[in-house]
Design a protein around this ligand. Structure first.
Ligand SMILES: NC(=O)c1ccc[n+]([C@@H]2O[C@H](COP(=O)([O-])OP(=O)(O)OC[C@H]3O[C@@H](n4cnc5c(N)ncnc54)[C@H](O)[C@@H]3O)[C@@H](O)[C@H]2O)c1
Length: 448
């Protein structure tokens, strides 16, 4: 169970047209929309069919007019299970290149470990496929601009897989913020808390896993060469060679949502600390991270994650405004009105008596501050909205396939995905160097 539940239902919606999408639209003017397969279906090849991809597969099956025709994976058991989930209709491809070479395949999903995303996405775009890539879009910040540029040049679509952004609850949250009901939002707290081995990515390893069923070299790719090791293969999030840990796995969802809700691009600067307190034998990434992100749009974000306690909900947001607050998570949102009142009694009661009495006689002192005469006020304090119906991943795929058919921009394009992942990379850089790290908006890169 990776970033389940919360990321599925509770988090994330739709983005502004980014550079990639605009490029795709421009490219379409000189090039007719790519044909879907002969029977009018959009065909899908799945690059990597691990735990998340099986959820993607089930979601794709629920979108009409789509057909999964090929799958590939570095572990035989998952490949076979994926074929079984398509009732034997999908064929097994030896590797991702075979899927890319197949002209009958319109789109691909990329759900490989993070260090493979750039290669799988860029090569798929060059092969003329539209791509649904799981978050994080990138493993290093530099990869983002390459993906954006390739999508622009090829006119192909990229949709990144922080599915919460397609959920209606996040759209409602954005509407409420835009309506001004929360007043000026200056602070957002968002968190992921877990306290299980599985939550800390120590997943069970299938008993048939061995060099005969696991393609170790296919997994390693450009990562440093190492001897065969099942823990690294099945728990790759725990290792820097393949993952950015909490930041790229979990914070990336939070940042996607925050950018969507607030119409924000990127933080201008970031500070962070990361520690490995508990799960020391199983990883080289932190199990605890606290980060502060300052946005030029006029608000600050506090991101926090621990794998050592789950007293509060697994994940969520507190969006704090001068007129109200909103909590978001678990498929629902709640708005709380601010009910704070001025109260200077304890200050003026320490003044000389005459000055205190003069203070209360002053007409400029608010009526609400005079305890004796404070008029009663009824405030609508708590209002909860809950989402029901289709799960966010299904909605996210509906959006993706709609874009594939209409050639309209995707809801979470390469630029959006790059920025959310870049926040994670900024946090990791800040935590590693113990220095404040800044964003260069003109280059979409970390400031040198
Ligand atoms: N959006 C979400 O809520 C969500 C949830 C979980 C995971 N994810 C993302 O999905 C991706 C996959 O995560 P997962 O939990 O499924 O991991 P996983 O380890 O279960 O799956 C990864 C799969 O990739 C295969 N693989 C490795 N290298 C490959 C290669 N070169 N070619 C083909 N297959 C290869 C492995 O055999 C494995 O089956 C990650 O990027 C992760 O961040 C997203």
């Amino acid at each position: 169970m990776p970033d389940r539940n919360i990321s599925r239902r509770a988090f994330l919606g739709t983005s502004a047209i980014g550079a990639t999408a605009a490029g795709a639209a421009a490219a379409q003017q000189s090039e007719p929309p790519r044909a879907t397969s002969a029977n009018g279906r959009v065909t899908v090849g799945m690059i990597a069919t691990g735990a998340r991809a099986h959820e993607l597969l089930e979601a794709i099956k629920r979108v009409e007019g789509t057909e999964i025709v090929a799958v590939c994976d570095a572990y035989k058991g998952r490949q076979e299970r994926a074929v079984a989930r398509t009732a034997g209709r999908a064929r097994v491809a030896a590797d991702y290149r075979e899927i890319l070479a197949d002209k009958s395949i319109d789109t691909v999903t990329v759900a490989s470990p993070d260090h493979w995303h750039r290669t799988h996405v860029v090569e798929a775009l060059r092969a003329g496929k539209d791509v649904y890539c799981e978050k994080p879009l990138t493993y290093t910040v530099e990869e983002g601009n390459e993906v954006i540029e390739t999508a622009r040049r090829t006119g192909r679509l990229v949709q990144v897989g922080s599915q919460g952004m397609s959920s209606q609850i996040q759209h409602r949250a954005r509407d409420i913020i835009r309506s001004g009901r929360l007043g000026q939002v200056t602070m957002i707290r968002a968190f992921y808390n877990r306290n299980t081995a599985s939550g800390a990515w120590i997943y069970p390893i299938p008993p048939d896993a061995s060099p005969q069923t696991v393609n170790w070299d296919m997994f390693l790719g450009s990562a440093p060469k190492r001897a065969f090791e099942l823990a690294r293969f099945f728990r790759w999030r725990c290792y820097k060679d393949y993952s950015g840990g909490i930041s790229t796995d979990l914070f990336v969802h939070l940042c996607t949502t925050i950018h969507f809700l607030m119409g924000a691009k990127m933080p201008s600067q970031v500070v962070a600390l990361g520690q490995l307190y508990r799960w020391k034998e199983s990883r080289d990434v932190p199990d605890t991270i606290n980060a502060i992100l300052e946005y030029p749009e006029g608000f600050t974000v506090n991101l926090s994650s621990t794998f050592n306690n789950q007293m509060s909900a697994e994940g969520g947001f507190q969006i704090l405004g001068t007129q109200g607050s909103m909590t978001l998570g678990g498929g629902s949102l709640t708005v709380f009105a601010e009910t704070a009142v001025e109260d200077n009694r304890w200050i003026v009661e320490s003044w000389p008596k005459a000055l205190e009495e003069a203070y209360w006689r002053d007409p400029k002192v608010l009526e609400s501050e005079r305890p004796a005469t404070r008029p009663p006020r009824v405030v609508e304090s708590v209002q909860t909205h809950r989402e029901t119906g289709l799960e966010a991943t299904v909605l996210h795929f509906q959006n993706f396939f709609q874009s594939v058919r209409t050639r309209q921009p995707t809801v979470q394009d390469a630029l959006t995905g790059h920025r959310a992942a870049a926040c994670a990379h900024l946090i990791n850089r800040a935590a590693e160097t113990k220095k404040m790290v800044a964003w260069d908006f003109s280059r979409e890169a970390i400031k040198a």
